[in-house]
Design a protein around this ligand. Structure first.
Ligand SMILES: [Zn+2]
Length: 409
């Protein structure tokens, strides 16, 4: 199979910045806008755009992409609110673009680490099934094969109820519990792998795209016609300049691909153009974004934060996870909570022995300790026992654990 290698990304940030700075002003401004998530347009770019607000022809799109005729010395005489208006637009779009990239990077990191930890959970459970329950490799295969069909939450609730009523022996309990966890983890791994793959695709698309002509026109406050014209010319000039920076190390096909990407059509989504290959810049960390409080965290939903934290350390019930993932985790604020919990919990890079010990503790047979020392509080202790059982099972049954048998399935 022959494939065309993508253009070599041996360019450094300094080379890119120098190349852009050497372009004609209108092209320089345009290229920096196309690379807005990675570059901060300087004050002179802002002033350049603001200056064109004074030209009715340009704003109406009557002048097709010509150079600004306004004298250079007018820059200092610009009304301040024009400059502020352009500056605000630039920051607004930059914040949006950076927020999106930050979210995708954060999500990709979270998911990658999550899957590594999940694999440990699976291996640990497998080990315990073999060592504590003498489950052979064939039975493990059966469990794997049936993982997709196993109704985990219901089965765990039933198991909890049986343990509570002392209808099950410890050895049977342990085998069933670990088997159910094992299957739950396998399903979870499938879900998270799919999520990671989607995010990596989305991130790739995001890196390779840039603002649409409509948005560029909104920032610049001129008509779309001249914007398109300028973009095409600016990208050609930029790619030419880069090529000479690289001393023609781009081969003809890669060069053509880069130019075509820059002048290419609008993406299917409608709000973006194909980008100009900002990979060397995208590889660098973008300035941190402070997430805004989201609607999920409003109304004092402390339990949401608690759930997000449980998710990070593999303790959120399967039902809950499936329900809350699409609603909350794609949001930068919620995602930040999850990622911080993951980083601070010490869950990343645990030794397998440690994971095995944790799984063993978590899945231990719930013993009812007869409260010999406090007979007066017998009813309260009963409740407590029930709560402890729930607590042990919570990772897999979610928050409504108290309603064993109360719901119709
Ligand atoms: Zn949120």
């Amino acid at each position: 199979m022959t494939t065309t290698a993508p253009p070599q990304t041996t360019l450094t940030r300094a080379q890119i910045e120098t190349t852009i700075a050497a372009l004609q002003p209108v092209q320089r401004v345009m290229v920096r806008l196309l690379l807005l998530p990675y570059l901060d347009p300087p004050a002179e770019d802002i002033a350049f755009m603001a200056r064109e607000r004074s030209e009715p022809n340009m704003r109406a799109g009557l002048k097709q992409g010509g150079r600004s005729q306004v004298a250079h010395d007018k820059i200092s005489g610009l009304p301040k609110d024009w400059i502020i208006a352009v500056e605000n637009k630039v920051r607004q779009f930059q914040t949006q673009l950076r927020g999106q990239l930050t979210r995708l990077n954060l999500l990709a990191d979270f998911l990658t680490d999550y899957l590594a930890g999940l694999q440990q959970e699976i291996t640990a459970t497998e080990q315990l099934l073999a060592s504590e329950c003498e489950i052979g490799s064939e039975s493990l295969e059966d469990l794997r094969a049936q993982a997709k069909l196993s109704p985990l939450t219901y089965a765990l609730k039933k198991l909890a109820a049986r343990a509570d009523k002392e209808e099950i022996e410890e050895a049977d309990y342990l085998r069933e519990r670990l088997s159910l966890e094992f299957q739950g983890r396998l399903r979870q791994r499938d879900r998270f792998k799919k999520r990671l793959n989607l995010i990596l695709l989305e991130r790739q698309a995001s890196i390779l795209s840039s603002l649409s002509d409509e948005f560029l026109a909104e920032i610049w406050c001129i008509a779309v016609g001249p914007i398109t014209n300028r973009r095409v010319k600016a990208v050609q000039a930029y790619v030419n300049a880069l090529a000479s920076t690289l001393k023609s190390s781009l081969d003809a096909a890669s060069f053509a691909a880069a130019v075509n990407a820059g002048i290419g059509p609008k993406l299917a989504g409608g709000s973006k153009n194909e980008g100009i290959g900002s990979k060397p810049l995208a590889a660098e960390p973008i300035p941190p974004i402070t997430p805004k409080p989201c609607e999920h965290s409003e109304g004092g939903t402390k339990s949401l934060t608690a759930k997000l934290r449980s998710l990070a350390i593999y303790e959120l019930g399967e039902d809950e996870e499936v329900k809350m993932w699409p609603r909350t985790v794609p949001c930068l604020n919620c995602l930040t909570v999850v990622r911080v919990a993951q980083l601070e919990s010490g869950i990343i890079g645990r030794a397998l022995d440690e994971v095995v010990a944790q799984v063993k503790t978590r899945s231990a047979f719930p013993r009812k300790e007869t409260p010999a020392t406090a007979p007066v509080e017998a009813p309260a202790s009963q409740d407590k026992t029930a709560i402890e059982v729930e607590e042990l099972l919570r990772p897999f049954i979610g928050d409504d654990a108290g309603q064993v048998g109360a719901k119709s399935w």
